[in-house]
Ligand binder design. Structure first.
Ligand SMILES: NC(=O)c1ccc[n+]([C@@H]2O[C@H](COP(=O)([O-])OP(=O)(O)OC[C@H]3O[C@@H](n4cnc5c(N)ncnc54)[C@H](OP(=O)(O)O)[C@@H]3O)[C@@H](O)[C@H]2O)c1
Length: 296
């Protein structure tokens, strides 16, 4: 199959490219350089330039287009709503409009579409986004529905990036390793999945032929505090530097939903395997630190 991945140089995009590149003809596009070892067709440029976007679709002739590019800085989106709209909605719409009808359009969405007032949100639950990031990602979902064959994947993930932009898990790992003081919220809950595990689940979902909306996330609902303690325990470091903090006390530009844990029963039934638990994912994350992308 011909597979086109947008945001290919990002945390998730890199893992997706690497996952598919062994068995498929993969093209990546990003405004930053490709950092994996796999040899792929790669275009560097900005997807907000419609002529560039159209040209890449023509040149890659995708059977599957995985749209992972987006503006992910939640407070940045709140402060620059026009930029968030362009990145998360308008680019998605332009991609959908230019995708050949036989191509499956896969949109990477977020757990943040939910209000946070419940736990283990299901695909049938009504989204109620609380901030600009979440609203624009949800509008991106609505734009995606216009693609004749589409897959909308809501998730929450962590992993090792190219190093260009440190991820939250990399920051946490460094603080735990160096004994730097850290404040972790005990009232903010997610179901995180390791990026390499997510790429594997995404591949299985694409291969299954499933269409529509699906939650792909970890099995366990954990607070950021529990997640940090689990990582520290597995690293075998002292955690005297870890302070129990509260989302309620934090001052962010964008309001945050408190509990955006995702229910993954539909994914388990579809894929025939359980989503990885928190500790299982963290073990893989830690053991993959020094491995090249293609071996994760
Ligand atoms: N991280 C999470 O836990 C999480 C949770 C749920 C959903 N998601 C979604 O998952 C997707 C991937 O997230 P990620 O964490 O892998 O983000 P990431 O590391 O920032 O990867 C996204 C990549 O796309 C690039 N990009 C953005 N806009 C572009 C444009 N107009 N033209 C070309 N390249 C562009 C980014 O470049 P710049 O770095 O220069 O912007 C970056 O290299 C996003 O759609 C995000 O909303 C993330």
């Amino acid at each position: 199959m011909n597979i086109l991945v947008t945001g290919a140089s990002g945390l998730l995009g890199g893992h997706i490219v690497s996952r598919f590149a062994g068995a498929h003809n993969v093209t990546g596009v990003d405004r930053n350089p490709w950092w994996g070892e796999r040899c792929i067709q790669f275009f560097q440029g900005d997807l907000s330039e419609s002529a560039f976007l159209r040209d890449i679709i023509l040149r890659s002739s995708p059977d599957v287009l995985i749209h992972s590019a987006g503006m992910i800085d939640v407070d940045g989106c709140e402060n620059n709503p026009d930029q968030a709209l362009q990145s998360n909605v308008e680019i998605t719409s332009t991609l959908v409009e230019n995708t050949p009808p036989q191509c499956k359009f896969v949109y990477i969405s977020t757990d943040a579409v939910f209000s946070g007032a419940s736990s283990f949100w299901q695909e049938t639950d009504e989204p109620k986004p609380l901030n600009v990031y979440a609203r624009t990602k949800f509008e991106g979902e609505r734009a995606t529905v216009k693609a004749s064959t589409h897959l909308i994947l809501r998730t929450n993930f962590y992993g090792w990036s190219s190093g260009r932009k440190k991820t939250a898990a990399e920051w946490l790992h460094q603080a735990l390793r160096d004994g730097e003081p850290i404040n972790l919220f005990d009232d903010f809950f997610t179901t995180p999945i390791y990026a390499a595990d997510l790429a594997r689940c995404l591949e299985a979902t694409v291969n299954s032929g499933y269409r529509g909306l699906l939650h792909l996330a970890g099995k366990d609902r954990v607070s950021k505090y529990e997640f940090g303690l689990a990582m520290g325990r597995l690293m075998g470091v002292s955690m005297s530097n870890v302070r129990r903090g509260s989302l309620a006390e934090a001052k962010f530009a964008a309001p945050r939903a408190k509990d955006i844990s995702l229910g993954t029963e539909r994914a388990r039934a579809l894929l025939g395997f359980e989503m990885p638990g928190c500790e299982q994912g963290l073990r893989r994350f830690l053991s993959d630190q020094a491995k090249p992308l293609s071996q994760r």
